[in-house]
Design a protein around this ligand. Structure first.
Ligand SMILES: *Cc1c(COP(=O)(O)O)cnc(C)c1O
Length: 411
C-alpha cells in the first residue's frame, strides 16, 4: 500500500475551524454581558432543541448523565425501585439509575440492531415479575422491588424498537425514559401512530448528551432533557438548580446541574448544522454498507425499515476483532470499541449477582464489534481505504472490493 496519512476515528478539529468566527462571537457576547449561567441564550437553545426533537419542553442540564438522573428522579423513580435497561451501553445509563436509589436490571439485546430486544423485555416482565395484590405495582419476584421504569438506549444513533416497548410499558404501567444520548435526530416509524417520530419524543422524557464527540457536541460538558410534560420539565429545572423555583427558596434538595450560556450558544450554532452533518453520516454509512455489505466475515449494522439512524457510531462485527484493530492501527486507521465489556460483567457491578452467560447476545457482540471511522467530513476515498483495509485483513481480494465499488455512487 502507498504511504498515506492516517484516518482519524473522529475529526473534531475541522468543524470548529469552519465555525470559528461564529463560536468566537458566542464567547465574546458572553464576556460582554457576563451572562454565563442561564438566561436568554440557554432559553433560546432549549426552544430550538425542543422544536428539533418535536416536543414542547427542553431543559438544558450539565451533562447527559445529569439529564438521565434528573429525568428519572422527576418522574418519581427512586429508592427501592428497578429500572430495566440493556447491558451494552455506556455506564452513565446505569450510574444515573443507581444514583436515584433504584437498581438497574438488564435484559438482552437484538443482535441485528444492538438495541433492547422487546421480546427479552417481555420475558423479564412476564416471567420474573408479578403484580403485587396490595399495591398494584409490578414487582420483581427475586429482588422484591417495584419495577418502575424502562430505559431503552438508542445506541450508535439508532432508536430502539419503541412500539412494542411502549406497549409493554402501558400494559405494566411503567415509565419510559429514553437514553437518547447518542441519537440526536434519529427517527423511528411508529406503526401505532402511523408516523415518523424523533428520538427523544417517544417516552415520558428523554436524555441527551452534548459531550464533544456526540453528533451534537458542546465545547465542554452539556446535556438536555426533552419531554412533552410541562410539570416534569418544571421539576427538572428545579433539580438542576439546587431545588429552587425562586432564588434562595428551595422546595427540595437539588443539584448543581445547569447548562451554561456559553455552551448553549455554541450548541445553537451547531444545531443549525446538525441535519446536514447527520445526512453526511448517513451517506458514509450507506457507502460503507455498499463496500462491506457482501464481504464474507463482516456483519454490517442493520437499519430496519422503521429506522432512520444518525450513525453516531458505525460498528461492524468480525470474529477476530482484536487482530483486525491491530491491523488497521498499523495502517494508521483509528478504530474504537463501544463497548468492550458489557455492564453486567464490569467490576463496578461485581456484587450485583450477574455472571458471564447471563446476556449471551450482548456478550457475543461485545467480543466482536469494532467501530470504524465515522464523522461528518469523512472523505469518500478514506471510506474506501477503510473498507479495503478490512477486506485485506480478511483475505478478500482487493479486486472484489473494486468490483463492488464500480457500481457505487460517489457520496
Ligand atoms: C454519552 C452517553 C451518556 C452520558 O452523557 P455525558 O454527557 O457524558 O454525561 C449516557 N448514555 C449514553 C448511551 C451515552 O453515549
Amino acid at each position: 500500500m502507498i504511504k498515506t496519512n492516517g484516518i482519524p476515528f473522529l475529526d473534531l478539529v475541522t468543524p470548529h475551524r469552519e465555525l470559528r468566527e461564529e463560536l468566537l462571537e458566542v464567547f465574546n457576547s458572553a464576556l460582554d454581558t457576563a451572562g454565563f449561567i442561564g438566561g436568554a441564550v440557554v432559553e433560546a437553545f432549549e426552544r430550538e432543541f425542543a422544536a428539533f426533537c418535536g416536543v414542547s419542553q427542553c431543559a438544558g442540564v450539565g451533562s447527559g448523565t445529569d439529564a438521565l438522573r434528573f429525568a428519572l428522579i422527576a418522574a418519581g423513580v427512586g429508592e427501592g425501585d428497578i429500572a430495566v435497561t440493556v447491558p451494552n451501553t455506556f455506564i452513565a445509563t446505569t450510574e444515573a439509575i443507581s444514583q436515584t436509589g433504584a437498581r438497574p436490571v438488564f435484559v438482552d439485546i437484538d443482535e441485528r440492531t444492538f438495541n433492547m430486544d422487546p421480546r427479552k423485555l417481555e420475558e423479564y416482565l412476564n416471567g420474573e415479575c408479578c403484580v403485587d395484590g396490595a399495591t398494584g405495582y409490578l414487582v420483581d419476584r427475586k429482588l422484591g422491588r417495584r419495577v418502575a421504569a424502562i430505559v431503552p438506549v438508542h445506541l450508535y444513533g439508532q432508536t430502539a424498537d419503541m412500539d412494542p416497548i411502549l406497549e409493554l410499558a402501558e400494559r405494566y404501567k411503567l415509565l419510559v425514559i429514553e437514553d437518547a444520548c447518542q441519537a440526536h435526530g434519529a427517527e423511528y416509524f411508529s406503526k401505532r401512530d402511523g408516523c415518523w417520530k424523533k428520538a427523544g419524543s417517544m417516552g415520558l422524557a428523554a436524555a441527551f448528551s452534548f459531550y464533544p464527540g456526540k453528533n451534537l457536541g458542546a465545547c465542554g460538558e452539556a446535556g438536555a432533557v426533552t419531554t412533552n410534560d410541562a410539570e416534569l420539565a418544571r421539576k427538572i429545572r428545579m433539580l438542576r438548580d439546587h431545588g429552587q423555583a425562586q432564588k434562595y427558596y428551595h422546595d427540595v434538595e437539588g443539584y448543581n446541574g445547569r447548562l451554561d450560556a456559553i455552551q448553549a450558544g455554541i450548541l445553537r450554532v451547531k444545531l443549525a448544522r446538525l441535519p446536514a452533518w447527520n445526512e453526511q453520516r448517513r451517506q458514509s454509512a450507506g457507502h460503507y454498507a455498499e463496500l462491506l455489505g457482501s464481504t464474507e466475515g463482516v456483519a454490517i449494522p442493520v437499519e430496519p425499515e422503521w429506522s432512520k439512524a444518525v450513525h453516531h457510531v458505525y460498528a461492524i462485527r468480525v470474529k477476530d476483532r482484536e487482530q483486525l484493530q491491530r491491523h488497521m492501527a498499523a495502517e494508521k486507521i483509528a478504530t474504537a470499541i463501544h463497548y468492550p465489556v458489557p455492564l453486567h460483567l464490569q467490576k463496578a457491578y461485581a456484587t450485583s449477582g450477574y455472571q458471564a452467560g447471563d446476556f449471551p447476545i450482548a456478550e457475543r457482540c461485545a467480543a466482536e464489534i469494532l467501530s470504524l471511522p465515522m464523522f461528518p467530513g469523512l472523505r469518500y476515498e478514506d471510506r474506501i481505504r477503510v473498507a479495503e483495509c478490512v477486506q485485506a485483513f480478511l483475505g478478500v481480494e482487493a479486486e472484489a472490493a473494486f468490483a463492488a465499488m464500480a457500481g457505487s455512487s460517489r457520496g
